[in-house]
Write a protein of this length. Structure first.
Length: 201
C-alpha cells in the first residue's frame, strides 16, 4: 500500500479525533497581526476572510481524500467499517469509501464517489452562534459549544482579531492561585453601548 494512501487515511482520522491539530496557529497569529496593522478597509476585509479560513479545517477535502484512499486499504485489509466507525468516521463517509457498514454489502467506490455529498462541518459563524451571551472563560466556551479547550482557544484568538469577541477581564470566581485566574470574554454585539449623556438645558 502506498504511503500517500496511509497518509490520507491518517490525516482524516487525526482531524476527527482532534480538529484543532489542523489549525496553523502561527499562520493565524501572522494574519491577526497583519489585520491589526492594516489601514486599508479592503485589505482588512481580505485579511478577515483569510483569518476565518485559517481557523476552519477543510473537512470536505480530507473526507474526499479518505474516500479515494480507502479502496487500496480494502484490498489489503478487508472492507469491515467497524474499526473506522470506532475511530469516529461517520457511517455515511464509510459507505462512500466502499466499506461495509452493519452487514450491508460493499458498494462500488466509483459510483459512491459520484454520489458523494459534502461532509457537513461547522463554520466560523456556526461556532460564533454557539457563544454564550454572558461573559465566559475558555473552559466555559468549550462546555457550551462542545469543543476542546485547544479549539476554544483558537476560536477566541480568531474572534478577537475579527472584532467579534472582546476581552472582559479576569474571572471574578477564578482559582485563588496567583497568575492562574482565567480571562473572560464576551461577544462584541452583546456589550451594551455607553449611556448617552443628556444635554443640559
Amino acid at each position: 500500500m502506498k504511503a500517500e494512501v496511509e497518509d490520507a487515511i491518517r490525516r482524516y482520522l487525526d482531524a476527527l479525533r482532534q480538529p484543532s491539530s489542523l489549525v496553523d496557529h502561527q499562520r493565524i497569529s501572522e494574519i491577526a497581526q497583519a489585520l491589526e496593522d492594516a489601514d486599508d478597509p479592503l485589505e482588512r476585509v481580505r485579511l478577515r476572510q483569510a483569518l476565518h479560513h485559517a481557523a476552519e479545517p477543510d473537512f470536505d477535502a480530507l473526507a474526499a481524500a479518505f474516500v479515494r484512499a480507502v479502496p487500496d486499504w480494502i484490498r489489503e485489509h478487508g472492507d469491515d467499517a467497524r474499526p473506522f466507525l470506532m475511530e469516529g468516521v461517520p457511517a455515511g463517509v464509510a459507505r462512500q469509501a466502499g466499506l461495509r457498514v452493519a452487514g450491508e454489502p460493499a458498494r462500488n467506490n466509483r459510483s459512491a464517489t459520484r454520489r458523494r455529498r459534502p461532509v457537513r462541518r461547522l463554520t466560523y459563524q456556526g461556532w460564533l452562534n454557539r457563544v454564550p451571551g454572558e461573559p465566559f472563560t475558555v473552559r466555559q466556551l468549550g462546555a457550551a459549544a462542545d469543543m476542546t479547550s485547544n479549539a476554544a482557544r483558537v476560536f477566541i484568538t480568531t474572534a478577537l482579531a475579527s472584532g467579534d469577541l472582546v476581552e472582559v477581564g479576569p474571572a471574578e470566581d477564578g482559582p485563588a492561585q496567583p497568575g492562574r485566574i482565567p480571562m473572560t470574554y464576551q461577544r462584541a454585539d452583546r456589550i451594551a453601548p455607553p449611556a448617552k449623556i443628556a444635554r443640559a438645558i
